[in-house]
Write a protein that binds this ligand. Structure first.
Ligand code: GDP
Ligand code: MG
Length: 596
């Protein structure tokens, strides 16, 4: 297809504003998926995605559309809808010339709408503003058209109104995409350069790589080079998705399609990388490539220790279709053998854990998630800490932690509540704008560790569910952080070590000590539980001793009963972990880690 007949676009929206529904409706209206094959959310392929109603992996679909008597080729690139995948979103956007900015006509603009809009603007995309769900009785199209128009600086009459559900307004929207979006521009005679915006592992075909051709062209059987690594592969198949894969005899400037080279590991086909030809290839890669960077680490342990080899094999398999997943073996006094795993964020962690449990039938426990700290020692050395129990012993001169740029949207009556919350999470206000007299956008710099775990829930409860949040990584910042250890009778329980701000160390120590006191059964001797920063104890509890000899109950008489008791005790012991001389049932650790 000649570039002037191509339009590449994506749909950006806050979660639940109807992106998937609209995408499905477009597939149906353009005739690429027939009515019978249509099932709700055709594009959200993974089970977990469908169940949670979120899009994790982007997909690209080619659709024909006739406008003014000419047939155009529309490529719709579906972007992932969660902050954990901001980098993938940015690469999907970079593959497009325009974006449909979709806003629920009953809800108005939300934080994710803004965060995505900013990313789209950074990529110089043409924005087509659209209100969705106008079929809803609660829709307020005039009000929100004005809000949206104010945001992007157009006239409210230019905001399109559609219903992805009923299909109203979708045809005019497709016409507008053709009319407003620029055609792709590129040099057809230059060496080939194509940008990878997604790569997915398929059991039958190996890795399927989605690309957008910027310059030149790629043809089947050609040898291609991945510019970040210099790795060379043969193009076994090249084609377009419409939405089922359809081999083609090549992709030219502006086209979007897939490549298959037979590689079995998505790490060899990285999002953001540039593909060129092995012979007479390009010498400079396209900008914007970045290695996936784990933001949150957690230990994952099989509850049944004998499942360790299954967990190891399962991770090796998952890695094939998840370039961001990194892990290494780890042992813990409390939990035995497991892995330290790096994730893009909490959703990524949950997805990986859920897949391990579901697809590999594992029961797992995860330790307190931790962000990545850089610890500078007095001797000038810097150590990267992804596991608080490995915090260096030497004298520390500075610690830096990752921070994010957060966008919070809330009704103006909640400004005070949001500020209070952000302050308690060590946030710094960067700016504030009114989208309308009753809705305000607040921009904060916040430590990742303060928002990644439970900030969203706290925000929702303080604003009666009305606030929304989005954020993206924004570098590192120095902070007054300390490591808190939890000790049982003087011995550290590694799984409970945590790095926290000095002001919050005491609260963490007290909560862990109280929790463990409740969970650990009494022993033959008194067991002190302490929380400490270095050698300084900041909280303590005591588990009082019991004087109960189980055998004493049997009064020597019945030998077989005695043996049975001993047998039972032995069984119980298998699930006991020794911390120094204290016997702790594994369940107690698991309960302490799964609470709150
Ligand atoms: P996404 O998270 O942006 O992909 O949103 P979905 O497409 O999954 O839609 C979220 C919810 O809104 C679902 O329950 C949809 O059925 C509903 N929905 C989507 N579009 C419309 C619409 O145009 N009208 C109505 N009434 N509901 C819609
Ligand atoms: Mg969706």
């Amino acid at each position: 297809t000649p570039p002037d007949l191509i339009r590449n676009f994506c749909i950006i929206a806050h979660i639940d504003h109807g992106k998937s529904t609209l995408a499905d409706r477009m597939l149906q209206i353009t005739g690429v998926v027939d009515q019978r094959a249509m099932r709700a959310q055709y594009l959200d392929r993974m089970d977990i995605e469908r169940e949670r109603g979120i899009t994790i992996k982007s997909q690209a679909v080619r659709m024909p559309w006739e406008a003014d008597g000419t047939t155009y080729c529309l490529n719709m690139i579906d972007t992932p809808g969660h902050v954990d995948f901001t980098y993938e979103v940015s690469r999907s956007l970079a593959a497009c010339e325009g974006a449909v900015l979709l806003v629920d006509a009953a809800q108005g603009i939300e934080a994710q709408t803004l965060a995505n809009l900013y990313l789209a603007m950074e990529n110089d995309l043409t924005i087509v503003p659209v209100l969705n769900k106008i079929d809803l009785p609660s829709a307020q199209p005039e009000k929100y058209a004005e809000e949206l128009a104010g945001l992007i600086g157009c006239d409210p009459s230019e905001v399109l109104q559609v219903s992805g559900k009923t299909g109203v307004g979708v045809e005019p929207l497709l016409d507008e995409i053709v009319r407003q979006l620029p055609a792709p521009q590129g040099d057809a005679d230059a060496p080939a350069r194509a940008m990878i915006f997604d790569s997915v592992y398929d059991t039958y075909r190996g890795v399927v790589t989605y690309v957008r051709v910027i310059d030149g062209s790629l043809s089947p059987r050609e040898r291609i080079e991945m510019m970040s690594t210099g790795a060379i592969h043969e193009l076994l198949e090249i084609g377009v998705s419409s939405p089922e894969p359809k081999p083609s005899d090549g992709l030219g400037v502006g086209e979007v399609g897939y490549l298959i080279t037979g590689v079995k590991d998505v790490r060899q086909s990285r999002v953001g990388d540039t593909v060129t030809t092995a012979r007479r290839g390009a010498t400079t890669a396209l900008g914007g490539y970045r290695d996936p960077k784990p933001m949150v680490y957690s230990g994952l342990y099989p509850i049944d220790g004998s499942d360790y080899p299954i967990l190891r094999d399962a991770l090796d398999k998952l890695k094939l279709n998840d370039a961001a997943l990194v892990y290494e073996p780890e042992t813990s006094v409390a939990l035995g053998f497991g892995f330290r795993i790096g994730f893009l964020g909490m959703l990524h962690l949950e997805i990986v854990r859920e897949r391990l449990e579901r697809e590999f039938d594992l029961d797992l426990i995860s330790t307190l998630p931790s962000v990545v700290y850089d610890v500078r020692l007095d001797d000038g050395q810097t150590v990267t800490v992804t596991n608080p129990s490995e915090f260096p012993d030497g004298k520390v001169s500075a610690i830096t932690e990752p921070v994010v740029r957060g966008t919070i949207l809330a009704p103006s009556e909640f400004i005070g509540a949001v500020m209070e919350l952000c302050q308690s999470r060590r946030g710094t206000l960067r700016g504030m704008d009114y989208l309308s007299p009753e809705r305000v956008e607040m921009r904060y710099t916040l430590p990742l560790a303060e928002i990644v775990f439970d900030f969203f829930d706290a925000l929702k409860s303080k604003t009666r569910g009305y606030a929304s949040l989005d954020y993206e990584p924004d570098g590192e910042q120095e902070a007054d952080l300390v490591k808190v250890d939890v000790l049982l009778q003087g011995d550290k329980v590694d799984a409970f070590s945590n790095i926290v701000h000095r002001d919050k160390a005491y609260a963490y120590g007290v909560s862990m000590a109280t929790k463990l006191k409740e969970l650990i059964p009494r022993q033959q001797f008194e067991v002190p539980i302490q929380a400490a920063i270095g050698t300084r104890v900041i909280a303590r509890e005591n588990i009082r001793a019991i004087r109960k000899d189980v055998l004493a109950k049997c009064y020597g008489g019945d030998i077989s009963r005695k043996r049975k008791l001993l047998e039972k005790q032995k069984e119980g012991k298998k699930r006991m972990k020794m911390v120094g001389s204290v016997e702790v049932p594994q369940e107690a650790f698991i309960a302490a880690l799964s609470q709150d």
